[in-house]
Write a protein that binds this ligand. Structure first.
Ligand code: G
Ligand code: G
Ligand code: NA
Length: 253
């Protein structure tokens, strides 16, 4: 209950911050995108992980407010970054946000118009749980956004339980391999096989792949040798505040 109240206050006081983690092209090692990640430091509770407050927000409905904060702020920021480099912005969407599909769709379109961010520069990251009850409204919304040029990534791939057939039905543009597999890939042969199999499958489905949680050069090379296009992880950078991300972009120019 206390966390509930604090989260409400945090939203009202503007205490929810957005951090950005670079996503790199593994062969050129240049930044191609930023993943927006929520951060909350409470004056009493200290740092509260999104793994704790997002599930809570999904229960009490605050996820819609939080989602809106991230959408507007991250798109505004990404629009400004276009003057330095054509980076995309990857934004996480909770399945709960899609319960009001029409509202979410018009909000996304409004934010793109308002910020001037080209639709092609927005990637929506969703998890497999979205695909469990795939209604007509959801399919309609996703195909509308796709037609505008918005990207659709399947996040934490390999950790869910859905059938693989949804990969085609939903016309994803990217697949993100969960960092649990990347972690042990160079030391555990079954994880190595799994990652290789995911990469091969993604290629045949014409999906680009982002490997999450790359922490050392050995992992980056393993992925590069298997034609994984993109990577993200502490090897390159932790999630950083917007000003720090701007410096990372400027350093590359
Ligand atoms: O940044 P960190 O690894 O602590 O994030 C933990 C979890 O919280 C991740 O699964 C991440 O996807 C989720 N998360 C972080 N920011 C957002 C956000 O803006 N929206 C949603 N829906 N999830 C987020
Ligand atoms: O589930 P999702 O992919 O949205 O989670 C992203 C989270 O993963 C972020 O909260 C980020 O802090 C974390 N993360 C990003 N890179 C690494 C990494 O190299 N190692 C570990 N352990 N976590 C990472
Ligand atoms: Na994500």
């Amino acid at each position: 209950f206390a966390l509930n109240v604090r989260l409400h206050q945090a939203i009202q006081q503007g205490d929810i911050e957005i951090y950005y983690q670079p996503i790199l092209d593994l062969s050129s090692r240049k930044i191609v995108a930023a993943e927006a990640l929520m951060r909350w430091t409470d004056s009493e509770l200290g740092f509260v992980s999104p793994e704790d407050f997002i599930p809570l927000a999904e229960k009490n409905g605050l996820i819609h407010r939080l989602g809106d904060i991230v959408l507007l702020e991250a798109c505004t920021q990404a629009a400004a970054w276009q003057a330095i480099s054509p980076v995309k912005i990857a934004i996480n969407f909770s399945s709960v946000q899609f319960r009001y599909c029409e509202q979410l769709q018009s909000r996304i379109v409004d934010v793109l118009l308002q910020t001037g961010l080209p639709a092609s520069q927005l990637d929506m990251e969703v998890t497999e749980s979205l695909l469990i009850d795939q209604g007509h409204a959801l399919m309609k919304m996703l195909s509308y956004l796709k037609q505008l040029g918005v990207g659709l990534s399947i996040d934490d791939f390999g950790t869910g339980y859905s059938a693989l057939s949804y990969l085609q039905r939903f016309s994803f543009t990217k697949l993100k391999i969960d960092r649990a597999f990347i972690n042990n890939m160079t030391t555990c042969s079954s994880d190595a096989s799994l990652v290789s199999a995911i990469l091969a499958m993604a290629k045949s489905l014409k999906l680009k792949v982002v490997a999450e949680g790359i922490e050392n050069e050995q992992q980056a090379l393993f992925l590069q040798q298997r034609s994984c296009e993109y990577g993200q992880g502490y090897l390159f950078s932790r999630p950083v505040p917007a000003a720090e991300f701007t410096r990372l972009l400027l350093r590359e120019q």
